[in-house]
Design a protein around this ligand. Structure first.
Ligand code: 5GP
Ligand code: MN
Length: 335
C-alpha cells in the first residue's frame, strides 16, 4: 500500500475550488463505479463535486446512480477546462498516467489543483500530490471504500454509493472469480450488502441487459473467429472494421469477450484485436505467469495488470495480427 494522503474530510469541505473526479478514457465498470461512488459519497457529506470522463462509456453502465450528472469531456471541452483550471482537488481514479485521459491530461497536468491518485495499476507516473495506491487491490472501487474508511468518515456512505462500488468489485474481478479477488474484496462486498446493496439487482443491470446483436456478435466470434496458436496455449480472435459495422458495434459491446478465449482448456493467454479504424485496439488476458502488461508495453504501447492488459496500434489490422503472432513467439517461455 502506498498511502501519502494528508487531507481529511474537513479539508475537502473547506477548500474553495470545485472538486473534480476523473478516470481513464472509455471508462469501464470500475472506472465509473469508483468515480460515481466517490461523487455520491461526497454529496452525502455535503460536498459538491463533478465527474468528468474523457470520453463516453458503455450503455450498460448508464443505470448507475447519478449517471446523469457526468460530464463527457469531448462534448463540453470549454466548460470542463474551466472547471479543471479552477478546481481545488482533482481525483484521478483507476489510471496512473495522464496519457490515459487523452487531451484532458494536459489540462489536469497544468491545473494548480491538488491531484489525488487512487488506483491499482503498476508503475504510476509522477503527476500527483497525494496517492492511495495498492497494486494487489482487486479494483479502484475497493480502494475508494478503503480510503473512505481510513481517511474520511464512513458514516456518510449510502446504498447508492455502495451500488457504484459493488459494480467495480464485480466488473474488475469477473464476478469474484479472477486471481485478484482477495478476502478483503469479499469483506468489502459483504459490508456493501449491509449498506443495502442487492447483488442480484446489480448483476442483472450489468449483465442481463444485452442487445440481441451483441449476443449475435459474440456467437459469431466464438464460432468463426477464434484461432488457437502456440500449441493451443494462445487464443487469438479479431474483428475487422467491416465486422464492427456489420454487427453495429457500440461502445462496450465487446467488453468481456476476450475472457472466452481464456476459458478454453490449455489456453494460457487470450487476445482480442479489433479494428476501430482510427486505431487497432487490443485486449490481453492470461492466467498464471504470462505477463500481459509487459508484453503489451513491449510491443503495443500499452500496459495494465499482469493478467489483464491492453494496447493499441496505428498500423493496419493485418500487420498488427502478424506482429502479434511474431511477438508472442518471443514470450514462449512464459506460456
Ligand atoms: P481492456 O482489455 O479491458 O480494455 O483493458 C484491460 C486493462 O488493461 C485495463 O484495466 C487497463 O488498465 C489496461 N489497458 C487497456 N488498454 C490500455 C492501453 O492502451 N494502455 C495502457 N497503459 N493500459 C491499457
Ligand atoms: Mn480497475
Amino acid at each position: 500500500m502506498l498511502d501519502t494522503i494528508t487531507h481529511n474530510l474537513q479539508d475537502l469541505k473547506s477548500q474553495s475550488g470545485k472538486i473534480i473526479i476523473t478516470t481513464h478514457y472509455k471508462p469501464d465498470g470500475d472506472a465509473m463505479g469508483s468515480s460515481l461512488g466517490l461523487y455520491l459519497y461526497l454529496k452525502s457529506a455535503g460536498i459538491d463535486s463533478q465527474v468528468i470522463t474523457p470520453t463516453d462509456y458503455a450503455d450498460f453502465l448508464h443505470w448507475l446512480p447519478a449517471n446523469d450528472s457526468v460530464m463527457v469531456y469531448e462534448e463540453h471541452k470549454e466548460k470542463a477546462n474551466e472547471l479543471i483550471a479552477n478546481a481545488g482537488y482533482v481525483f484521478c481514479l483507476d489510471f496512473n498516467a495522464l496519457s490515459r485521459i487523452n487531451e484532458m491530461g494536459e489540462h489536469v497536468g497544468a491545473s494548480k489543483a491538488k491531484k489525488i491518485l487512487i488506483d491499482h495499476h503498476l508503475d504510476p507516473q509522477d503527476f500527483d500530490d497525494e496517492r492511495f495506491i495498492e497494486i494487489g487491490a482487486s479494483s479502484t472501487c475497493e480502494l475508494i471504500y478503503k480510503y473512505v474508511q481510513t481517511h474520511l468518515d464512513p458514516s456518510f456512505m449510502t446504498k447508492e454509493m455502495g451500488e457504484c462500488i459493488y459494480t467495480g468489485l464485480i466488473t474488475d474481478t469477473g464476478s469474484f472469480r479472477f486471481a485478484s479477488t482477495t478476502s478483503t474484496t469479499i469483506r468489502t462486498a459483504a459490508d456493501l450488502m449491509d449498506l443495502g446493496v442487492v447483488p442480484a439487482r446489480i448483476y442483472n443491470k450489468l449483465f442481463d441487459q444485452n442487445r440481441l446483436n451483441r449476443l449475435q456478435l459474440l456467437g459469431y466470434l466464438l464460432s468463426e473467429k477464434i484461432e488457437l496458436i502456440e500449441d493451443g496455449k494462445v487464443a487469438l480472435a479479431h474483428l475487422t472494421a467491416e465486422e464492427v459495422k456489420r454487427f453495429n458495434v457500440i461502445t462496450g459491446d465487446t467488453e468481456g469477450f476476450v475472457n472466452y478465449g481464456l476459458s478454453i482448456q490449455g489456453v494460457q493467454m487470450s487476445a482480442l484485436i479489433i479494428d476501430r479504424e482510427y486505431l487497432v485496439k487490443m485486449s490481453f488476458r492470461s492466467i498464471d505467469k504470462f505477463p500481459c502488461n509487459e508484453f503489451s508495453a513491449e510491443f503495443f504501447n500499452g500496459g495494465g495488470h499482469k493478467n489483464a492488459a491492453g494496447g493499441a496500434s496505428k498500423d493496419t489490422l493485418d500487420n498488427t495480427l502478424n506482429k502479434f503472432k511474431e511477438s508472442i513467439k518471443t514470450y514462449k517461455s512464459h506460456l
